[in-house]
Every structure is written in structure tokens, then in C-alpha cells.
Design a protein around this ligand. Sequence first.
Ligand code: SF4
Length: 182
Amino acid sequence: MKRILLHICCAGCACYPYQKLKEEGFEVVGFWYNPNIQPYEEYRRRLMATGYFAQATSLKLITDTDYPLKNFLKGILAKEEAKEVRCSFCYEMRMERAARSAKERGFDYFTTTLLYSKFQQHNLIKELGEKLGEKYDVNFYYEDFREGWKEGITLSKKMGLYRQQYCGCIFSEKERYSEYTL
Ligand code: SF4
């Protein structure tokens, strides 16, 4: 059985990819590394929801709780606030940790639940995955998990998973709520 390390950005986004990968015959292990989530209380909430998801679905989960706030902020600020550029830094930071970890732990593949989201830059995530797969000499598994968008939402609601209102960083939080007038 092929072993795959699944980077999980949040519990809700993990529902469909985890189910699909199991159906495809993979032995799946989850991997949490998301220092992009702010503020820290929100980070803990999403981490706890992911822990709950893993327990409820018997998913083995590796949690990397390193939270290099300064480095993350420096990285996205250096890219200014342009969403496309800052997100690229953010994807790569998280996926690189997953690729490295997959290689070190002897997995056959790595992938990410970021490929499930309709709100992320899908093609860029695919490109970064392929680049990191080459860099760390581990296969990147690509699938367009967006096809299961509705199914994933149904599953997450059924499980009563926490559903966040914004992507993760403080910029995304501002963008989410700036549509409301004060
Ligand atoms: S919007 Fe989301 S993906 Fe983009 S930098 Fe912020 S947390 Fe990362």
C-alpha cells in the first residue's frame, strides 16, 4: 500500500481529500503545519478541530506546532499586501515543511488539502508541489479535490466541525470583514 502524507490546512478541508485518498487505496497520514493562522487563539481552535477530526476518523496525525510568527509576518510583508504574492510565500512555507517531512519519514507521496479549496490559487499550489517534490525527491500527488467541494461541506457539517470565516492571516481576516460597514 502506498503511503501518503497529507498536509491539512484545516479540518473542514480535510474531509473530502482524506476520504478520496483512502478510496484510492492510499495509507494516509495527516500533517499539521500552519503558522499562517492568526491570531494565535484562532490557530489553536483550528488545530483542536483537526485533532478532533483525526480522532473521529481514525486518521493518524502528525502535528508540527512550530509557530514562527515573526518569520511568517516578515515573509508576507516583504511581498507587500498583493494577495497572489503573499499567498505564494504562505503556500510554499507550509508545503515545504510537508515535503521535507514526507521525505524524512519515508513516505511515497505528499499532497495538501489546499487543493480542495475553491478560494486558493489551485494551479500555483500544483506548481509549487511539483517543484518541492523535485527539491526533496519525494512524489507530489496531484488531484483536483475541488470536485468534491459540496461533498466535503456536507461531511464537515455532519461531523459538526468548526468552520472558519477567513483564510488565516490577518490580511485575509481584514479582507473578509471589510465588506461590512461600521
Ligand atoms: S490569504 Fe491565506 S493563503 Fe494567503 S497568505 Fe493569508 S493565510 Fe496564507
